[in-house]
Design a protein around this ligand. Sequence first.
Ligand code: ADE
Length: 550
Amino acid sequence: MERLRFSFFWRVTVAILFSVSLLRPQSASAALVKPFKLNGLCMFCDVLPSSCNATGTCSSECNITAICEHPEEVCVSVWHTDGENRTVETVCHNPSLPFRGVMLDDYNNTDCVMKQYKGLGPDYYMCSCTGEECNDKLTFTQSEILPRPEVREVPIILISLLPLLVLAVLIMSFLYFFRLHRQQHLKTGAKSKCPSHDFCDTRAIMNDVDHPESNSAHANSLNHNMELLPIQLDGVVGKGRFAEVYRAKLKQKPTSASGANVPFQTVAVKIFPCEEYASWKSEKEIFSDAELRHENILHFLTAEQRGGEGQYWLITAYHDKGNLQEYLRGHLLSWEQLHKLGGSLARGVAHLHSERTPCGRPKVAIAHRDLKSSNILVKDDLTCCLCDFGLSLRLDSSMSIDELANSGQVGTARYMAPEVLESRINLENIESFKQTDVYSMALVLWEITSRCTAIGEVKEYELPFGKLREHPCVDSMKDSVIRDRERPEIPSSWCKHLGIKAICATIDECWDQDPEARLTAHCVMERLNALQDLDHNQLSQSPEQKIQNV
Ligand code: ADE
């Protein structure tokens, strides 16, 4: 019961003080024991059934008089009917606080004059007054019908509900956007079993604006609307650690006046299953740097999320000759071909490592970290282009030592530099990462050289450290490369050819045990460029032969 706050102690006190009147019929007690009026003395029965019909004057029919708990409290009566039952409620109340949501404004009267409060119910009357038992006699005048209390309460209710309203609006907006986002995700990834990823990434990132190797009519237009490219997969041409590479047909848009002379362009599609999202993302980020573009770096067209298939695609140029390892296995090379392949490889690595483009624009240096002959493609003109940047690292000067250290021991054990095998890279110097690439590049240069007819008798193709099993582990590579300081053999017979001799000297300086002693890729590139200027006779004759000729 609201306001039933007077204690048992008070009730007992009141009972003693008014022992006579408590047992009285109301009117008699008023006559007998009321020499003066006391404030704070009110009828207090809470709710009682009533015979009053809300006309004229009625008695509260309450037999309990209470001293209100607080001196500021006044007497209040409420008459109410629900149609069948009538009740009268008598209580004390502090008029500075709302009572049933309404401020009492007539409590200074000694009479309790009933007013109807429409908003509290169809038949709801209240009165308040000050004076001894003043809420016992209820006067119904029917003169005043007060506005609905809600009207007065509206500002209070609104203010108190405002934080709740704001919260509700926020929650509803959150739910709305969450649903919208989920619907979009379901549309693109209905079949994907993978957790949702950062879908702020564009669905398709085009990187193809006026690149000389690009002849796709789609590329530039799709750059704007982010639609998936119309691609038809043909067959698998390679399997990597994280993804499979397909040869595919990219349908060409008919070109204006001349018509569609080529219905499609052959492209390579590297497909990452959804579990390899992180590899796709990191390779995509490496490729997305426009300054990476170079004739000796695989040309990137676009990256796509193929939600329906739960896959992530990287679409690049396709090179029919396949990777360098396959090519060397199946072909012998002339000196010119060796020079072309080796020189282009060094140019590709030099560009990757460089902090400037050939035009002098700044670019972020990148370490490949998995250079090997199967990650290098052979282009139609028999030059190399680097591919598979899944383990590559942007050597941003903002990278902290922790970030560099966390990047871990990565790569393929066979091609790992001694300091990588030992996990002892100097993280204080980003050049260290380039030096590990130079070591791997030296092994690839050795592979190319080993297939060149200019070395004399050419053996069957062998990988570097080919005597080891197919996928040697880090420990067996440590035994060979660190403990035994082994390197692939360079027989002296190779060096009869001056060009080969120069290349082998360069290789030897690139696979030095001491990373600091290794040449830079840029230096290798310049040394190979210099060999271009030597004519055929100068290169193929040993010094002894040359002396004889003179
Ligand atoms: N193998 C891996 N990537 C390739 C590509 N882009 N072209 C041809 N073969 C590949």
